[in-house]
Design a protein around this ligand. Sequence first.
Ligand code: FEO
Length: 401
Amino acid sequence: MPAIEIKPDVYWIGVNDRTTDLFEGLWPIAKEGVSYNSYLINDEKKAIVDLAKGLKTDEFFSHVAEIVDLAEIDYVVINHMEPDHTGVLHTLRRIAPGATILGSAKTKGMLESFYGITDNVEVVEDGEMLPLGKKTLQFFSTPFVHWPETMMTYETSHRILFSCDAFGSYGALRGALFDDECTDLDFYQKESLRYYVNIVAKFSRPVLRAIKKLADVPVEIIAPSHGLIWREQPQLIVDLYRKWAEYATGKTEAGITLVYGSMYGNTEAMMNAVAQGISRVGVSLEIFDVARTHVSYILPSLWTKAGVMVGAPTYEGTLFPPMAQALEMAVLKRVLNKKVAAFGSYGWSGGAMRHLKEIIEPIKWELVDSFQFIGKPSEEDLKEGEEFGARFAELVSRIGG
Ligand code: FEO
């Protein structure tokens, strides 16, 4: 995509990334891609807001050069130091050594530790204004959305909020840059949730603080550093982020995430019976094979639904390892306060339930019911499994929402 003017003299100069397999070296984006949105304000003073990961560097600087002479860049605003937004910084320094880097006090320290950059760096304060000529930038400190140094930048004449990670999503841009041009908003909303839960959710309280702090700032365009620019419905993405952040307290949707693993099909056979019972009650249900689904895709369901049905066999006296690993990620991401039921096959001694309880205890998941069977489930076991699923669904339908 070429540079795109989003308002007079304000340009998107980002790059699409469709070749990175794992965002942060961890989260799958091979199918979805991601964009690193960067912005250029071409006024008497010329400012770039946020940069890009250190790939497609030629493309990034070509965008800038389409609009201004690279050596004429006056300011580079760093809202956030994570290298997906700063990776081209060294190259920029070589091309435009006179450009002053602006960021928070913590950004100044990180510029040295991440890039060895100490010269021509200025700290901006919360609320500080920077006149560029006809336009003015204002900086708002929003720590821990996503790192401690994070801030947002507001362009006052067009009321554009450059929000960096906040209000962002996975998903490379698919030809459309703006929400009103996009024909698959559902894709971006789904990928916004996955991005939120993977990257930002642990910092939900800071997200709510930032939304509250900016509540009186008139924003017409939300321009995040990943995904679509929201100019028709900026409130939509803010409301979604607020809703997801509020889920951190545990008040979520009346639904069940059924996450299961099976070595030889016995726990899977029971999973089908349990799912039948849940479906009979009519509670919303998402099912994941934990050994074959990256936890990145399971976390959004765990985050948004009140109930978790765990189906896993005992493996060498412990919980089936892929299940343990997925739940440990839920612990790391502070997915709190769920109602849980669990089932699974065991061969002789069991041990999965004990291990499960140990894992979920720190995040206050309450194991309300469990059902184990030896080896292959009998017809009676399967009937009991269906009732077990229905009982749990009834419980969840009463507590969710
Ligand atoms: Fe998009 Fe926290 O970096």
